[in-house]
Design a protein around this ligand. Structure first.
Ligand code: 5RP
Length: 218
């Protein structure tokens, strides 16, 4: 079974958790794109969405799905997003698409975070996927040096600017044994906007598309 099939299965399985007359938090990426396409079928029965990126906003609007302002909406009942890696404890690396900051905001503002992915994303230890860190441009070199002290090899994501006007450093070579601690350490470096570890606020449910069907991990 291909990764794309797994992504589709997981994205469609998430529809079971979408309740009518609610506002849905929507992540970013190829798996979420499939969720957005499925959500279009019930767009008349939801109150709207909160989007985590300009790319998802464009796709939602193309389907005629309303995109609202998080500041105008209270706590969201549900956030659906993908991941680059997940442990069995639902701690994640995200930000492969560069949308990590807004994703972390919407996840934080949501009661329930459902992560949708194909089974290849499940790992024993986070860090095989380079950890994305969004950085204020003037702090690039300083933050890179601090990330080296933490044991990583930061690389500037070339030709990429985030939706917030910042750069991304992708940190290679990390074997993340203590995800909460590392998330906090990186957050504490001046100039860092967000890092792609979702450990302080992990997912609540992981839907993994696999050849055996959709596996549910809590
Ligand atoms: C974007 C993300 C995505 O959720 C992550 O990169 C997974 O993407 P895909 O569903 O395309 O595999 O964090 O910033």
């Amino acid at each position: 079974m291909s990764a794309d099939q797994g992504k589709r299965m997981a994205a469609e399985a998430a529809m079971e958790y979408v309740e009518e007359n609610t506002v849905i938090g929507v992540g970013t990426g190829s798996t979420v794109n499939l969720f957005i396409d499925a959500l279009a079928d019930m767009k008349a029965r939801i109150d709207g969405t909160i989007s985590s990126s300009e790319a998802s906003t464009a796709r939602l609007r193309k389907h005629g799905i309303p995109v609202l302002d998080l500041n105008e909406v209270g706590t969201l009942p549900l956030y659906v997003d993908g991941a680059d890696e997940s442990t069995r404890f639902l701690q994640l690396i995200k930000g492969g698409g560069g949308a990590l900051t807004r994703e972390k905001i919407v996840a934080a503002a949501s009661e329930r975070f459902i992560c949708v992915a194909d089974e290849s994303k499940l790992v024993d230890v986070l860090g095989g996927f380079p950890l994305p860190v969004e950085v204020i441009p003037m702090a690039r070199s300083y933050v890179a040096r601090e990330l080296v002290k933490l044991g990583g090899r930061p690389e500037l994501r070339s030709g990429f600017t985030t939706d917030n006007g910042n750069i991304i450093l992708d940190v290679h070579g990390l074997k993340i044994m203590e995800p909460i601690k590392l998330e906090q350490q990186i957050n504490n470096i001046p100039g860092v906007v967000t890092n792609g570890l979702f450990a302080l606020r992990p997912a609540d449910l992981l839907l993994l598309g696999s050849a055996d069907g959709v596996r549910k991990l809590t």
